[in-house]
Design a binder for this molecule. Sequence first.
Ligand code: BV8
Length: 245
Amino acid sequence: MIIETAARWLQEANHPLALTGAGVSAESGVPTFRGADGLWRTYRAEDLATPSAFERDPRLVWEWYDERRRSIAAKSPNAAHRILAAWESRFPSFHLITQNVDGLHQAAGSTRLVPMHGHIWETRCTREQVVEENREVPLVSIPPTCRRCGALLRPHIVWFGEPIPAEWMGAIQKLIAACDLLLVIGTSGIVFPAAGFAHDVKISGGRIIEVNPDETPLSDLSDLAFRDPAALILPQIDHALANIH
Ligand code: BV8
């Protein structure tokens, strides 16, 4: 029954928007951040994904990213990624904001997408600020350096304590202001500013649907909650859409 309700709300919405976190890639085999597989050696993401960690030990931080890149390179989008990409053609105003850096939404074909925490497949020169794609698996040298100026390269990723780039934050604020239905999929709702988006949509009268096997701090805001994996639920909602006349 609530599958049909979710499908109807999606059909009725003028500005449907999805916000995804690491959970949407879980069924592709990409470890989440705060689940049982959330540690790397003895470190947490919050310890390594910071400017000070990179300042202190760029090699260690790049070893972490290189290991994640090697793992992600072998992974493919799952049904949840594919359905979200397909909804772009079904709903002309559908947009997607992702906290994930794994590139699986892009690989599934999503284009109306704001990758608010950046890309694990892009580097940025710490001197020139030039962003380039780098798909070396494994990285040829660790830490990688700029072939033009020799400076250290960093991942083009937003670390803890760093602001979300203005171009992405501007796009997000417009999407949130217009949004009348927000699908919150696979996020623990802990990391800000992403964790605040559902609240913003709620206070402007939008509906919230949460897809997450676990309860989160956002669950109280949700009008519908699916305590199931995204790769199971999104195809069911998509199937129910086909039966709506
Ligand atoms: C900012 C890139 C301000 C890294 C990431 C103290 C000091 C400094 C800052 C702060 C502070 N206190 C608070 C802050 C703000 C901080 C923050 O929120 N910290 C948290 C820890 C409290 N935020 C920031 O620092 C942000 N910037 O505030 O800037 C500013 C302004 C001006 C000037 C200067 C500064 C930047 C945050 C971005 C950090 N970068 N990623 C990398 O990936 O290498 S965040 C990182 O966490 C990932 O991107 C990840 O996506 C994200 C959020 O985690 P989730 O995606 O939710 O993943 P998680 O594992 O937690 O949860 C998975 C969920 O999926 C679970 O609920 C699980 O149940 C569910 N699930 C599992 N399987 C499935 C599933 N769901 C569906 N289907 C399944 N099959």
